[in-house]
Design a protein around this ligand. Structure first.
Ligand SMILES: [Zn+2]
Length: 262
């Protein structure tokens, strides 16, 4: 038996749906990712339904240290206001920070102005910068190709590295920027060359081959992915890449101890 640290590191998928048709119909949920890394809890991309999905799973927003938005699109940010309200106990406890790209905060802010005062601070995400939250740090290595300002994240804990490739058109630097043990990747489309700025299965396969994480988790599925059964695609990608590839499920909790010791 391996020695287990007291606070296990987990990532809970509060939704695995992405893009418009999937999200407006809630065929799959769209609540984002809830990270518990060494006891530090962080919410990433609280899309529509995050408050429902998180409370249903007894995740306590007042334990969050931060909320991070990869970008301002609704499927990543719709519940940011209610989650700030929940994190700060309606402002009774000034607490937690919000991280977002400048264009999510400036001309047409995604966050209501009165809620800003409930937060300990707001930090602007920029390409190549590092940030810290409690005992973990993360970087936003590269600006993505997407209609609005968008960043993925590379998290470092005492024991593990986790990267999250948020929405983007494919470009080669993605394969150089997110080297980590666990790779979470938003794969909206089944087939390549769609005229939208999202990754497809062939893109994901190429990125996984280049980055060779210990485990890759596919999420943020559009309709073409859902119809093609993401778990079957994950199985095929596992065989083709030699990397363990998992299709996320709504409510799935991934324990980072599955990555083994480093
Ligand atoms: Zn987007």
């Amino acid at each position: 038996m391996e020695a287990k640290s007291l606070s296990s590191d987990t990532i809970t998928f509060l939704g695995t749906g992405g893009a418009r048709i999937m999200v407006v119909n809630q065929i799959l949920a769209s609540g984002g990712l809830w990270l518990n890394l060494g006891g530090t809890e962080i919410l990433v991309d609280p899309g529509p339904g995050c408050i429902v999905q998180s409370t249903k799973r007894k995740l306590r927003a007042d334990k969050l240290s931060a909320i991070i938005l990869s970008h301002r699109h609704l499927d990543h940010s719709a519940d940011v206001n209610i989650m700030v309200e929940a994190m700060t106990q309606s402002g009774f406890k000034r607490h937690g920070r919000l991280f977002a790209p400048a264009d999510a905060l400036e001309t047409e802010p995604v966050i209501l102005s009165y809620l800003k005062n409930y937060l300990e601070g707001i930090e602007v995400l920029q390409e190549g910068k590092s940030y810290s939250i409690g005992n973990i740090s993360f970087t936003t290595p590269i600006r993505h190709i997407h209609p609005v300002e968008t960043y993925g994240m590379l998290f470092k804990t005492a024991e593990h590295t986790v990267s999250y490739i948020a929405d983007s058109h494919y470009f080669d630097d993605l394969c150089r920027s997110y080297s980590s043990e666990l790779l979470i990747i938003n794969v909206v489309f089944l087939e390549a060359n769609r005229p939208f700025d999202h990754l497809s299965v062939p893109d994901a396969e190429h990125i996984i081959m280049e980055l060779k994480p210990k485990v890759a988790i596919l999420s943020h599925f559009g309709m073409t992915m859902w119809r093609a059964k993401p778990w079957e695609i994950a199985q095929r990608l596992s065989q083709e890449t030699g990397v363990r590839v998992i299709a996320a499920r709504d409510g799935m909790r991934f324990d980072l101890s599955q990555l083994g010791n480093t």
